[in-house]
Ligand binder design. Structure first.
Ligand code: ADP
Length: 179
């Protein structure tokens, strides 16, 4: 497919947060899988932003809220369908279901998981232009893990400060501009 894939992760996100990796991977795979499936050209991306400053209360764990946005430049979803798309067995119109197949369960499962994690999920879409599936979930920060991961990361960075770099690839450029 002539579709490029990009990931942009807010550098202010601590590297160690506590969550359920298996369920989390399922949500992301479902949304990214759909984005690729319903996009013939352009790009599919995942951006992750920290949307609230860390809240620290005495005796409580530090927590952050992350917003995930899976975007695509695909077929989009008609407005009349947007309210139903997260219900089990709901698919786009019949012609979409015939052409692309699928079970109609992925989004319903993802929504349940996000809500069990204490978050919310929604979609913004324009037919013919693309879709954004956005979800927000709170995470407790794991300080020890963050420190360890920071140390590991500093070992693997390809260059130090004050070095000039020429970037040819537009997706890599976008990733690095975040830093
Ligand atoms: P399915 O297995 O049918 O893809 P989902 O629950 O994952 O089940 O999605 C339900 C319906 O939502 C899909 O059939 C499709 O019509 C629509 N949909 C989901 N993601 C997208 C997307 N990124 N672009 C366009 N339509 C989408």
């Amino acid at each position: 497919k002539a579709v490029s894939l990009f990931f942009v992760i807010d550098p202010n996100i601590p590297l160690g947060v506590k969550g359920d990796p298996t369920r989390f991977r399922q949500i992301l795979l479902n949304l990214l899988g759909n984005a690729v499936k319903f996009t013939e050209k352009g790009e599919v991306g995942l951006s992750i932003d920290r949307i609230k400053p860390a809240e620290e209360k005495a005796g409580e764990q530090e927590a952050i809220c992350l917003r995930f946005n899976v975007s695509d430049t695909g077929i989009g979803i008609p407005e009349s369908r947007l309210n139903y798309i997260f219900e089990p067995f709901m698919q786009g119109d019949k012609s979409v279901a015939r052409e692309y197949g699928g079970t109609g369960l992925g989004l319903a499962i993802s929504k349940s998981y996000v809500e069990i994690m204490g978050g919310k999920i929604w979609v913004e879409s324009t037919v013919g232009k693309g879709s954004n599936f956005i979800f927000e979930v709170p995470f407790p920060v794991d300080r020890k893990l963050t420190e360890k991961a920071n140390k590991e990361r500093s070992k693997t960075l390809p260059f130090t400060k004050n070095q000039s770099v020429v970037l040819i690839d537009k997706d890599t450029r976008r990733d690095l501009l975040a830093y």
